[in-house]
Ligand binder design. Structure first.
Ligand code: PLP
Length: 337
């Protein structure tokens, strides 16, 4: 195992030994290739540079108490990348190829998978880009798929500690019928100004409202949102948010615990009715919301300095399944090594 300060990793880029690449040329995908370089060379007219033909994924591998390395719901990430590819007319990568590439990247860098006790994990970044040149606005005829990995700690510095969110109505990350429901780079470029402002003002992330009416909750920067009301887990239904695999899993766990699940439009004022709120995603896992400040109307919704009991239970259950400490009744986990 590498000699790293596993407990204080943070969420940042770090080189590891190998990445896996696959090229799409002449209408078909080639074989997987291993590379030890962190550089790529491409045509200056590549469509990913000009017209945003770029999609990515994020998933994690976890080393369990038993020493085994597991990945969580990998097929869902493969399918979501296909959906992103269809959304911006890129070549779709077969699910098996995606899975094979991710497994190979983990195996070749297995000494970077953090030890169980550290609570850290190996973040996996699959990337799909248009590499063929076009100068008219057209899809490329060549693509590159890359998987690289790195050990990471918590996405939000506080870890499993409630943090503050903010609503600003003057920014959208995606249009109502745009690309918010797929994982393409443009959405993240569009979120940088608001996200950076939120950080400067002391918030973890922006809680976006729906772009059309600014009436309903959408999502929290790089994570989905949920609220707890009575025995219900309530999460936004919207065409402009990313279908989060973590959120889907938490909904199932909430049902398993005897809660009800409501996926529907959530008016912003309903924030006042939740006993707990959270942000959820692969990187954020479940990150409790301490407060939401609606900056435009100067109103603050407060949930608590400590995680609420439902969030705590859902979080524990989820990470226990991911680390292989509890049975996996929905077959979400694959053992890699
Ligand atoms: C905009 C956005 N929403 C939600 C999520 C959470 O999705 P998942 O749980 O699949 O990681 C992510 C991260 O992937 C994201 O980038």
């Amino acid at each position: 195992m590498e000699n790293l300060d596993w407990k204080n990793l943070g969420f940042g880029y770090r080189d590891t030994d190998y990445n896996v690449r696959c090229y799409y040329r002449n209408g078909k995908w080639g074989e997987l290739e291993l590379s030890s370089s962190n550089q790529i060379s491409m045509h200056m007219g590549a469509t990913c540079l000009h017209y945003g033909q770029e999609a990515f994924e994020g998933l994690k591998a976890y080393r369990g108490k038993d020493g085994k390395i597991r990945v969580f719901r990998i097929k869902d990430n493969a399918l979501r990348m296909q959906s992103s590819a269809r959304g911006i007319l890129m070549a779709e990568l077969p699910v098996e190829k995606f899975e094979e590439a991710v497994f190979l990247a983990i195996r070749m860098n297995s000494h970077f998978v953090p030890p169980y006790e550290s609570g850290a994990s190996l973040y996996i970044r699959p990337l799909l880009i248009g590499t063929g040149p076009q100068i008219g606005v057209k899809p490329a005829d060549e693509y590159l798929f890359i998987v690289f990995v790195m050990p990471v700690g918590p996405y939000f510095k506080a870890g499993f500690k409630p943090t503050d969110y903010v609503i600003y109505r003057q920014y959208d990350r995606a249009a109502p019928l745009g690309t918010g429901n797929i994982k393409v780079g443009g959405n993240y470029a569009a979120s940088l100004v608001a996200g950076t402002r939120a950080h400067h003002e002391g918030y973890s992330a922006v809680l976006y409202l729906d772009a059309r009416e600014k009436k309903y909750l959408d999502e929290c920067g790089p994570a989905n949102f949920f609220g707890i009301k009575g025995n219900a887990y309530i999460t936004p239904k919207s065409d402009s948010i990313l279908p989060s695999i973590t959120n889907k899993s938490l909904q199932q766990l909430a049902l398993d615990m005897g809660m009800t699940v409501e996926q529907r439009r959530i008016p912003v004022e309903e924030l006042a009715e939740f006993s707990e709120a959270g942000a959820c995603g692969t990187a954020a896992v479940l990150s409790p919301v301490r407060s939401v400040y609606d900056a435009d109307v100067d109103k603050r919704y407060f949930y608590g300095d400590e995680p609420g009991p439902v969030s705590l239970k859902l979080y524990q259950k989820l990470i226990n399944i991911q680390y292989g400490c509890e049975p996996d009744p929905h077959a979400w986990v694959s053992v890699v090594l």
